[in-house]
Design a binder for this molecule. Structure first.
Ligand SMILES: [Ca+2]
Ligand SMILES: [Ca+2]
Length: 369
């Protein structure tokens, strides 16, 4: 056996060992083969919709969620029912949780091909005008739609469509001004086979883009898939989900809106969206490997869970901006019945809305956390 052959064999076996380790780590992160059991934080009930991928709420308790997502990650395709979904933004009043979700209407916006995904409210601190930012995948294109929300008449008045070559696979958006935002591209490759390889090889190619009202630019990259994005109540820190990395990366915003990595909150589970409650705690929707099978065939089970991360600000000028006081699983579901997967969790004053990509919305009174 020649020296070159032996060296090549050793290098190949070392590469293979690393790949097997990395793929196993990602499978473990997505809960592959790990049993999931049911528990609720209190009494819960379902509302029948075709998905509730992302949810946001106004301080008065009026929530809005996105429904009717088309999203493909399985190279074998999607359930045919997904192709018939209509993109809808629903309102749900947490002050009246017995009332059904109500579809919102639009002004100056054609919703015939609307495919809403991540959403975010923005309230202008001077005018108090409410805007809603929505990731839209209409007709396979990708944009951020900015609406003014007329709450008195429950109408979304379209203001602007932002499309840019840097915004090539947006999953979620967080607004920082009436026409400026950060958005997370969840993958580099659009092709399902390459996206699958990107997730499980893995290639850390996902990034975050900032749009300043006229121009977009990448401000953070190297993510093993991104997903949800949020901001802390002070507006100083941005939370970016590293979906297959199983962590929330906390960035500090610079004066120029660049992002400086300051802290990583590792939960060891694949995460979808992140929300921040009024106390500054994080609520994470936890994804599961079964999503791949389920998105191809809606009769398959899809487990999911909700994590709460209790945070407090580090007062001293420490190395990290936040102290993690507790990480707690608030909700868990085996996904074998009417509620499938979890993509997002929104907590507001003792009430919890749990959303998912393609099935029903769940509402829970939080009695015990
Ligand atoms: Ca969001
Ligand atoms: Ca998401």
């Amino acid at each position: 056996m020649g020296l070159l052959f032996r060296t090549s064999l050793i290098v190949f076996l070392a590469w293979l060992a690393v790949r097997v380790f990395m793929i196993n780590k990602t499978l473990h992160m997505t809960g592959y083969g790990i049993p999931v059991f049911n528990h609720n934080p209190g009494p819960c009930k379902l509302f029948h919709v075709n998905g509730s991928e992302d949810i946001d709420v106004l301080p008065n308790g009026l929530a809005i969620f996105s429904s009717g997502l088309y999203y493909s990650l399985n190279p074998a395709g999607v359930d045919p029912a997904m192709l018939e979904f209509k993109g809808i933004l629903y309102s749900f009043d947490l002050n009246d949780p017995d009332a059904k979700p109500t579809p919102l209407s639009y002004e100056n916006f054609d919703d015939s091909e609307f495919v809403p995904h991540g959403i975010d409210f923005y309230i202008d601190p001077t005018t108090e005008e409410i805007s809603l930012f929505v990731v839209n995948h209409a007709a396979g294109n990708h944009s951020i739609e900015i609406f003014q929300f007329d709450q008195a008449n429950m109408v979304l008045k379209h203001k602007q469509t932002v499309a840019d070559e840097t915004i090539h696979s947006p999953n979620d958006v967080v607004a920082v001004g009436p026409d400026s935002f950060y958005t997370a591209n969840d993958r580099y490759f659009r092709n399902e086979i390459l996206a699958f390889v990107e997730a499980f090889y893995p290639f850390k190619l996902a990034n975050v883009v900032f749009y300043n009202g006229s121009q977009a630019r990448s401000v953070a990259d190297g993510f093993h898939g991104t997903n949800g994005i949020q901001i802390d109540p002070s507006g100083k820190y941005v939370f970016v989900v590293s979906a297959f990395g199983g962590e929330v990366v906390i960035f500090e915003r610079s004066v120029e809106n660049d992002l400086i990595a300051r802290q990583r909150l590792n939960v060891g589970k694949a995460i979808d969206n992140v929300n921040v409650d009024e106390d500054g705690n994080l609520w994470l929707g936890v994804a599961n490997f079964a999503y791949l099978d389920y998105s191809k065939n809606f009769s398959k089970p899809c487990p999911g869970s909700v994590l709460q991360i209790k945070l407090s600000k580090v007062v001293e000028d420490g190395k990290v901006p936040f102290k993690v006081d507790d990480i707690r699983e608030v909700f868990s579901n085996d996904g074998k019945r009417e509620f499938k997967c979890v993509s997002t969790a929104l907590f507001h004053r003792g009430k919890l809305l749990i959303g998912n990509p393609f099935s029903n919305l769940m509402y829970c009174d939080v009695v015990a956390v």
